[in-house]
Unconditional design. Structure first.
Length: 325
């Protein structure tokens, strides 16, 4: 069976969406609540779909949250408690209706999307329906969400090289978190991990846009020319540079290319590919520098080369190699 994204939104996601609806309807809605909600919403495309469904049902059954017309006057509730109760009733009703819909298949009506995923250390090349080629690097997951007027890829984590088939009538968009890359016909690499988002263009032209902290709208950051790379940090800071092409494409050959990199960065890159992990006995080693081309499938070779270069020892310790003085 081919892997697919969640056409049917699961019960847990619907329950979370209903809980968020309740929190957002509270009398004392705070900035912290809104920030946490936006973070949850951006974690997965399924979250946005689930919240849209919950909110739609909320609009349909808003009357269910109304107070009974003949409540005894002796029963008193303050404004805050009443509003919270209304929100809870409506959100619970939303959840009940939507979970029932899951049971009978009503929410299976969205067009089918397809997910591709690689495990740590693996790579995979797929050819999409429009002949676009996508090569996934280690520990990568993406969802192909093609529509009539747009070709959208949701890159959830990892790294992928896109060789896009030209079709000006159907823009090609790679979305990852709060950023997106738009291309018409081009070749580019997108890498997403917890510390950065990097977009490297090899051919054609792409525009990179990002969601700002003060707005839900995407604002253009840069239009890249071939050979340029845009790096975006979690705090929104971004930088444009021109990396060596052989370094940017080395992973497709099973290699890691370092040009005066810190040992900390080089070890983190090698460890992305699984197998024997490299670690330091002394954190002061992290600032040492290293250059060269190394196999991502043979961390022992890298450890031996670094040890020889800096007069260190590479000691086997179970499933790890420890670099020590």
């Amino acid at each position: 069976m081919k892997p697919t994204s969640t056409e049917v939104i699961n019960e847990l996601t619907l329950a979370e969406a209903s809980a968020w609806l309740t929190r957002l309807q509270e009398f004392e809605r705070t900035a912290a609540t809104e920030a946490a909600f936006k973070e949850w919403l951006g974690t997965s495309p399924a979250h946005a779909r689930a919240f849209t469904r919950v909110n739609d049902v909320w609009e349909l059954i808003a009357g269910a949250a109304a107070e009974p017309a003949h409540r005894p006057h002796s029963v008193h509730r303050d404004r805050r408690g009443t509003r919270r109760r209304k929100a809870w009733i409506a959100a619970s009703a939303c959840a009940a209706l939507l979970l029932a819909a899951v049971g009978i298949g009503i929410v299976c009506l969205l067009p089918e999307d397809r997910a591709y995923q690689t495990v740590v250390g693996a790579q995979q090349t797929v050819v999409l329906d429009d002949t676009t080629r996508v090569t996934l690097n280690t520990d990568t997951r993406l969802v192909v969400a093609y529509r009539k007027n747009e070709r959208r890829i949701l890159l959830e984590r990892g790294e992928a090289l896109f060789e896009v088939a030209k079709n000006p009538q159907r823009p090609f968009v790679v979305q990852t978190g709060g950023e997106q890359v738009v291309a018409l016909g081009t070749t580019f690499d997108v890498r997403r991990d917890p510390t950065l988002l990097a977009v490297t263009l090899f051919e054609g032209k792409v525009q990179v846009a990002a969601q700002t902290a003060s707005s839900d709208h995407l604002e253009p950051l840069a239009v890249l020319a071939p050979g340029e790379r845009l790096t975006i940090r979690p705090d929104g800071a971004h930088a444009l540079d021109r990396p060596k092409i052989e370094a940017a494409l080395a992973w497709q050959r099973g290699q890691a290319y370092f040009d005066d990199a810190t040992l900390a960065d080089a070890v983190a890159e090698l460890n992305r590919y699984g197998g024997t992990r490299i670690r330091f006995a002394d954190s002061s080693l992290a600032t040492l520098r290293v250059s060269g081309v190394f196999s991502t499938r043979d961390p022992g070779q890298f450890a031996s080369a670094v040890a020889s270069l800096h007069q260190l020892r590479a000691v086997r310790d179970g499933a790890s190699i420890v670099l020590t003085r």
